[in-house]
Design a binder for this molecule. Structure first.
Ligand code: ATP
Ligand code: LTN
Length: 322
């Protein structure tokens, strides 16, 4: 099955990225899987050139530390393969302004930016380009990306109808548990690299002390009963989801074992710390050899370009570009 997914190098991955996306990438990786560090997407937010360069390398190392194996699948950096930006332009002339302004992520992020970058509006078109360039069948992402994927499907179908069969129409795939990890301080909004406060998001490389502190301080409710119920207990249900996706059991079973929030939080902190520790160790070792990482990235870009180039060329030809 051809799989494609991407993640922005806009900071260390947090629990939402890990449980909502990276964990399912690791489980589903095969020779037909493409995973991409989408550095072009990060330019839609303010980021210094040095930070972008460093974070791109760090995220590549983090993905390998989490279990993505560049010998099994293709791991690469978006800007290293020129067809993404080129395909983006073709698809900007297929998508409509109206459908882009309806994207929830655009409305949310543009309301937080003072000088709104045009790239924030066209961001989902670049994402569609990423996906369609690889004839992707399945896109493992968190729940927050569902609307972008629906737009990708719409763009693919419109292109195929207008210019002839060119693209595969991809399917959305999300994890069974923790497809939407919420902010620990504001459980009504998703945990996010760019929006969450330091206490609201738990990064996978946080120290054991920080993990403990953030989980202890996570917002719950005052009724005191441990029960899995997203309607009335979003903060607690979020913690149960996190617990469940690390321990591999249903969240309601976890809830049955606890009577007090404090005990649940203490055990959850220990579980998160012990699960993340080996990843942090592998990450440190990988960053100690940046030349090897650069080599892996170059090999990934070569493999990705070999697949995406003919798809770009057939789309360009179909539109009348000679
Ligand atoms: P930002 O909020 O700053 O745009 P992000 O935290 O959403 O960034 P991305 O790089 O955009 O991070 O997302 C990478 C992957 O992580 C995507 O598949 C996305 O669906 C998933 N993801 C992001 N946040 C969450 C979350 N809170 N819960 C579950 N999955 C998430
Ligand atoms: N928009 C996505 C990141 C992303 C992506 C993709 C995900 C860019 N291109 C292609 C899946 C497939 C996000 O997580 N914010």
């Amino acid at each position: 099955m051809r799989i494609f997914s991407g993640i922005q190098p806009s900071g260390a991955p947090h629990l939402g990225n890990y449980l909502g996306a990276i964990q399912s990438w690791v489980q589903s990786q095969n020779s037909e899987a493409f995973f991409c560090v989408v550095d072009l997407h990060s330019l839609t937010q303010e980021i210094s050139p040095d930070d972008l360069r460093r974070q791109t390398l760090e995220l590549t190392a983090a993905l390998i530390a989490c279990g993505i194996d560049p010998d099994v699948c293709t791991l690469f950096v978006q800007s290293h393969v020129p067809y993404h930006a080129q395909m983006n332009w073709l698809l900007e002339c297929v998508a409509s302004y109206g459908e882009l302004t309806r994207m929830v992520a655009f409305k949310d992020k543009s309301s937080r930016q003072e000088a709104q970058r045009a790239g924030l509006l066209t961001y989902p078109v670049l994402m569609a380009a990423d996906i369609l360039l690889y004839k992707t069948e399945s896109v493992p992402v968190g729940d927050d990306q569902k609307q972008h994927l629906e737009l990708t499907r719409e763009i693919a179908e419109r292109f195929n109808n207008r210019y002839g069969q060119t693209f595969v129409v991809p399917e959305f795939s999300k994890p069974a548990v923790a497809a939407r990890v919420m902010d620990l301080q504001e459980p009504s909004r998703k945990m996010s690299k760019s929006v969450s406060s330091p206490l609201g998001k738990l990064d996978i490389f946080d120290s054991a002390e920080d993990i403990e502190k953030k989980i202890k301080k996570a917002v719950t409710d005052t009724d005191g009963e441990v029960r899995y119920d997203w309607e009335t207990k979003p903060g607690l249900s979020n913690l149960l989801d996190i617990f469940a996706s690390f321990s591999g059991e249903p969240p309601s079973h976890v809830a049955e074992r606890y009577e007090r929030y404090g005990d649940l939080k203490t055990d959850l902190a220990q579980l998160v710390i012990s699960s993340l520790e080996p990843i942090a160790q592998r990450y440190k070792a990988l960053l100690g050899d940046p030349a090897e990482l650069e080599k892996l990235m170059a090999r990934g870009a070569e493999k990705a370009a070999a697949v995406s180039r003919p798809v770009y060329e057939s789309a360009a030809r179909a539109m009348g570009l000679s």
